[in-house]
Design a protein around this ligand. Structure first.
Ligand SMILES: Nc1ncnc2c1ncn2[C@@H]1O[C@H](COP(=O)(O)OP(=O)(O)OP(=O)(O)O)[C@@H](O)[C@H]1O
Length: 500
């Protein structure tokens, strides 16, 4: 955590302070950026709690405002659900509690230039960077618990009717810790405790499947991670409605496919279906033709065999036969992280099936480029030595300690624990949705200055007041407010993700 001096300081001018209505200050440096947003660390000047502030440029999302509305709405629903779970004190005996690993929204508002989402603060860097830096992740210590943790988060989303649609390494970030969990590591834990910090972020393409009648046919996502049924929707918007209906809709099992891609990427350092050209990649995805490098498969190694079987099940081109996130929790590759009563279900004989994998030379065994559709490549990741997870007798005890530590210290809470906490309920919960905004105040941006301008406390209050009066919730008023903006930047997203 940076020192107090790192934050912009007030200057003691009461008139000026009165004029300043935005309760957040930001640091100038970025935590990260995407095709249409910049993410900065911010502090609530009243509570001194730290958050991440995602500033989405209105210019960039011009014409696609509904995407942001959908993202905010989903994050709000999820955060409310998580709060309910936290308050109910529901017991979960899984190693990873899915809802702890979904990015939390705490506040949102609008300024003249930006739509602003205030979320749980995570560390700089993401899982993509981790994998690239390491070449590949250790199967037993990292790839397996990371996969289990993400499976848990995906299962939570699916249980709540949400399909993420952009599960990928770039969208997995790491919760910021206050207290190290080094004790757990020192005592010889059998996996990397960082697995407890994974947070699934970027709900920009996520959507709700409210009922079995809802049908998804948009071709959205990142090409390397696209399931075949999504791929089949490519170009659908150009078809007449009657033709569109002939294409089979997809459902949440596309996230299971993407999890398989991500697990494969963690294990090997490259992507399972990427080829020289997008057309070849599409063909391989449609056929479920993934590559397994000689030497990476070791039938005499139980962990290794289970990993490939897990991958094989995720890569079932027939979505109706692909196991659900709920079912996959019982797969022997990850089962140790979940408390399920009947370990033999639901795989039975299926567990022994192995795909005869492609040896096609089309596949590119190289590092994928960040967030794009698969091509730029620099090196081949090395395979890791295998290790066997030994179940630690005191595992449950250790887990409880981890949970307690997490609840007390992780996530968004102030990084200055000695400081008095205003909201008593916050003491034991990492996930309190404070600060709750007073009625009619900063939410919706009607009183907000452009937050980034507060970095130096010197922006005249008149700057953003007039134009920032739009609520991003009601589609009509919000889209009216954005009419006439430059459309060029909205095209930038196409390079990173499909949206056709
Ligand atoms: N809460 C957070 N804490 C720390 N860093 C974050 C947080 N949210 C996002 N980031 C960083 O900012 C980057 C961009 O965020 P995000 O993916 O949400 O933006 P985006 O514009 O939707 O990106 P994309 O181009 O993938 O659609 C992330 O890859 C991550 O590195």
């Amino acid at each position: 955590m940076s020192s107090e001096e790192a934050w912009p300081q007030r200057r003691g001018n009461l008139d000026f302070e009165e004029a300043i209505r935005c309760k957040y200050v930001t640091k100038n440096n970025q935590l990260g950026d995407g095709c249409f947003s910049v993410v900065k660390e911010c502090m609530n000047i009243h509570t001194r709690d730290l958050f991440a502030m995602k500033l989405i440029s209105k210019k960039t999302v011009q014409g696609k405002l509904w995407l942001i509305q959908r993202e905010v709405s989903l994050l709000k629903d999820m955060s409310t659900r998580i709060r309910e779970l936290e308050l109910s004190g529901a017991q979960n005996h899984d190693t990873f509690e899915g809802h702890h690993h979904v990015l939390q929204l705490f506040d949102y508002f609008e300024t003249a230039q930006h739509i602003v989402l205030v979320t749980q603060l995570c560390d700089h860097g993401d899982l993509y960077e981790n994998i690239i830096e390491a070449g590949s992740l250790h199967l037993a210590r990292q790839a397996r618990p990371y996969t289990a943790c993400l499976l848990s988060a995906i299962h939570f989303l699916h249980e709540n009717g949400v399909v993420h649609r952009d599960v990928k390494a770039e969208n997995v970030i790491f919760r910021r810790r206050v207290t190290e969990l080094s004790e757990f590591a020192r005592r010889g834990s059998d996996y990397d405790p960082t697995a407890h910090d994974l947070v699934l972020a970027d709900f920009g393409l996520a959507t709700k499947l409210n009922s079995s009648e809802d049908e998804l046919r948009e071709c959205v996502g990142t090409i390397s991670y696209l399931a075949p049924e999504v791929m089949k929707c490519q170009g659908i918007s150009r078809l007449p409605p009657a033709e569109q209906k002939k294409i089979a809709p997809y459902d949440q099992s596309i996230d299971v496919w993407a999890l398989g891609v991500l697990a494969y990427f963690m294990m090997t350092g490259y992507m399972p279906f990427d080829c020289d050209t997008d057309a070849e990649t599409r063909k391989c995805i449609l056929e479920g033709d993934y590559y397994v490098e000689d030497g990476l498969r070791d039938e005499h190694d139980a962990d290794n065999s289970l990993f490939w079987n897990f991958i094989h099940l995720c890569f079932n081109v027939n979505a109706s036969e692909r196991p659900s996130a709920h079912d996959l929790r019982k797969h022997p590759f990850v089962r140790a992280f979940f408390e399920d009563s009947d370990p033999s279900e639901p795989f039975g004989n299926r567990i022994r099936l192995q795909k005869s994998v492609s040896s096609s030379s089309l596949h590119k065994l190289q590092t994928p480029s960040r967030s794009v559709s698969s091509t730029s490549i620099s090196h081949l990741g090395s395979s890791e030595s295998r290790a066997t997870i030994k179940r630690n007798a005191s595992r449950d005890e250790e887990l409880n300690k981890i949970r307690e530590t997490l609840k007390k210290t992780l996530s968004m809470a102030s990084l200055r624990p000695a400081q008095p906490v205003r909201n008593a309920n916050k003491d034991n919960s990492t996930f309190m949705l404070a600060p709750v905004p007073p009625t009619g105040s900063l939410m919706n941006g009607c009183l907000s200055l452009t937050p980034e301008s507060k970095s130096n406390f010197n922006t005249p209050p008149s700057l953003s007041r007039t134009a920032s009066s739009n609520n991003i919730s009601p589609p009509a008023s919000a889209s009216t407010a954005l009419t006439g903006m430059d459309s060029s930047s909205s095209r930038k997203r196409a390079g990173a993700r499909f949206d056709m």
